[in-house]
Design a protein around this ligand. Structure first.
Ligand code: UDP
Length: 234
């Protein structure tokens, strides 16, 4: 049983399969329901939300200055966090958004002590705006906040059911891997989570589970330790 976790949700997870929408109310409400069940089991939950349903710096027009493109990406994660926090409010759970930079009254500034106090109080924490710096992704803040808050597991909910030895979209014989090491991710340059995130997990010995969000009750099953997705060992 995990005591404290960070769960990374990509921005696209909030949009579901619907074309042309940034948020799908029913999908987000289902996610919130599952996360509340995880909290009811006694696990403290921190969330990191991406911004890919709106914008990703690395996909922007190559003529665009990358720093500016990444700033838009970070702002996209803040919009997602505000939406997600309100979805928790609607189901009766207080959600607190913490960011590494000041957004006035919209979010709180991250601090380890206040983050831990919120968690002890039964609240869910949402980390937005990444690290506040360009050239990173929300994978890295997931690992960083996990290390700072001494979590016992990081969970990456993806639109694929785990890590494969080749791209399953291109190679029908690609095999799903049940277990890999964070060293494999860095050395073999596997594009599963960012190498900077994997390096931190390896150094701090934080286990990671990468699993598919589309599978039934997958968040709960992953956190309960069911064999789902791919376990990244250290
Ligand atoms: N981003 C950034 N620094 C960070 C985290 C995110 O510049 O520390 C920007 C970057 O442009 C990224 C975007 O925010 O593409 C959205 O984050 P991410 O790509 O991780 O979102 P996801 O693909 O998971 O939805």
């Amino acid at each position: 049983m995990y005591k404290r976790i960070v769960l990374k949700l990509s921005g696209e997870a909030l949009a579901g399969d619907k074309e042309g929408v940034s948020f799908d109310d029913a999908v987000v409400s289902g996610l919130v329901k599952q996360i509340r069940q995880v909290m009811e089991m006694g696990t403290q939950v921190c969330l990191v939300v991406g911004g890919g349903n709106f914008w990703r710096g690395r996909s922007a027009d190559s003529a665009m200055d990358r720093t500016k493109a990444d700033q838009i990406g970070m702002l996209a994660t803040v919009m997602n966090a505000i939406y997600l926090a309100d979805a928790f409010r609607q189901q009766g759970t207080k959600a607190v958004i913490q960011t590494p930079v000041v957004f006035g009254t919209m979010t709180e500034l991250f601090s380890k002590d206040s983050a831990l106090a919120h968690l002890e109080n039964g609240e869910v924490l949402i980390f937005a705006a990444g690290l506040g710096h360009p050239f990173f992704s929300t994978d890295t803040i997931t690992a960083l906040r996990g290390a700072e808050l001494d979590v016992d597991g990081l969970f990456f909910a993806k639109n694929i059911d785990g890590v494969y030895d080749d791209d399953p979209a291109k190679n029908p014989n690609a095999k799903k891997l049940d277990v890999i090491t964070s060293e494999d991710i860095v050395k073999k340059n596997l594009k599963v989570i960012d190498t900077s995130a994997a390096a931190l997990c390896f150094e701090r010995k934080i286990p990671v589970v990468i699993f598919g969000l589309n599978e039934e009750n997958s968040i709960m099953r992953a956190v309960k330790g069911e064999k789902i997705g791919t376990l990244v060992t250290v």
